[in-house]
Design a protein around this ligand. Structure first.
Ligand code: PMP
Length: 389
């Protein structure tokens, strides 16, 4: 049976070129990068090289990059690290209602510790309400954390506008760029960003490794304490193979991003149009143009997303009903609810995320397959009006 993978936001295949670069660091290059001998030195140099490649992807300086265990740790470290370090300056944190849970949950935790957290609303396309930010921000606001682009609906946020508002008030801006980096240009200098999170797997690198950019002069409190690695901010023996892999992945992403984004945008738009044209009462979630090149998120009336996923899986097609990180709970996506959808509309949504190995034929296969499955599922639902069956 043909198998088509359209769930890249949940997990990406590692690029074979990246895997090759990593291999020696599982095998012959086993020294500890902190050790002052040749075994340690060769690993330390490889880590520094990876650091400069990750920095180059986002326009940062090499020493502004810290390696972590992934996007989740980077987000936790940025949010808690800034809040704890600056608690004498203020106790207010602002984020949005569509952030990843690795931003929302540490923010909730801060509320329990006496910080005041504001969750900004978004418009029906998922764009953060910039006026609400201007109204909410005060000189007590120490941190604003807004994602560069949303991982579920693909909406790209107005980060440079947000950055101006935050800095006018003297706050710090953290950006979760896990979903955006490698898909669209992200430049910490152009947008004047203070902290930014990345995840290696979202760049076709290995899972379980990530990075946090911390602008020179920005102070954060460490969360993990120990031997003082990563400038004392993130102790622990470095995941050398993972870090080298992330560096290689960042270098490839930087080199290939423009051509790949053009290819995927065409594929994405054909996919969306074909679905909307061939399935009655189908609608696009997220913004039609301010959107990641790999994101197709549609809502189908009288459909239960999970049943549709299972039917697609039986035909060899892997998609998602929302964020993989929250799909263990059967709660509807907090992102879709924040855009104003009702529970049943959010439940009837389906997310396809395209990737490097997807072809025109993959899209053709799915857009020819889906209308039949939808018709069959609608026919057995008691809620479907007769004219749709
Ligand atoms: N932020 C966003 C926007 C994400 O999509 C993800 C999941 N890849 C994360 C953070 C968490 O990253 P990780 O899985 O590397 O911890």
């Amino acid at each position: 049976m043909r198998r088509i993978y359209l769930d890249h936001m949940a997990g990406m295949p590692i690029d074979k070129r990246v895997l090759e670069v990593m291999r020696p660091y599982f095998d012959t290059h086993y020294g500890n990068p902190s050790s002052p001998h040749s075994f340690g030195n060769e690993v330390r140099q490889a880590i520094d090289d990876a650091r400069s490649k990750v920095a180059a992807l986002i326009g940062a300086k090499t020493r502004e990059i810290l390696f972590t265990s992934g996007g989740t740790e980077s987000n936790n470290l940025a949010i808690k690290g800034v809040a704890y370090r600056n608690k004498n300056k203020g106790n207010h944190v602002i984020t949005s209602s569509i952030e990843h849970m690795s931003v929302i949950n540490p923010s909730k935790d801060l509320s329990k510790q006496g910080f005041h957290v504001t969750y900004l609303p978004v418009d029906p396309y998922g764009i953060v309400d910039v006026e609400a930010l201007s109204e909410a921000i005060t000189d007590q606001t120490i941190l604003v954390s807004i994602m560069y682009a949303n991982n579920e609906i693909g909406t790209i946020e107005p980060i440079s506008e947000i950055s101006e508002i935050v800095h006018e008030k003297g706050g710090l801006l953290h950006v979760d760029a896990v979903a955006a980096a490698g898909q669209i240009p992200v430049d910490v200098q152009k947008d004047d960003i203070d902290l930014l999170s990345l995840s290696s797997n979202d760049l076709y690198g290995p899972k379980g490794v990530g990075a946090l950019y911390v602008k020179t002069g920005t102070r954060i409190q460490p969360i993990t304490q120990g031997g003082g690695q990563e400038r004392g901010i993130r102790s622990g023996t470095e995941n050398a193979a993972g870090i080298v892999g992330m560096g290689a992945a960042a270098e490839l992403a930087k080199r290939e991003m423009t051509a790949e984004a053009t290819r995927l945008t065409k594929l994405r738009d054909r996919f969306i149009q074909a679905l909307l044209d061939s399935i009655p009462q189908s609608y696009l979630n997220g913004h039609p143009t301010q959107r990641l090149p790999n994101n197709v998120n549609v809502r189908l009336s009288y459909i239960e997303g999970e049943s549709l996923l299972l039917s697609l899986d039986m035909e060899g097609v892997a998609a998602s009903s929302g964020s993989a990180c929250t799909s263990k709970t059967l709660e509807p996506s907090h992102v879709l609810l924040a855009t104003g959808l009702k529970h049943e509309e959010a439940h009837g949504s389906l997310l396809f995320t395209l990737g490097r190995q997807n072809t025109d034929e993959d899209v053709t296969y799915v857009v020819e397959l889906l209308p039949g499955i939808v018709k069959r599922l609608r026919a057995i639902s008691p809620l479907t009006p007769k004219e749709l069956i």
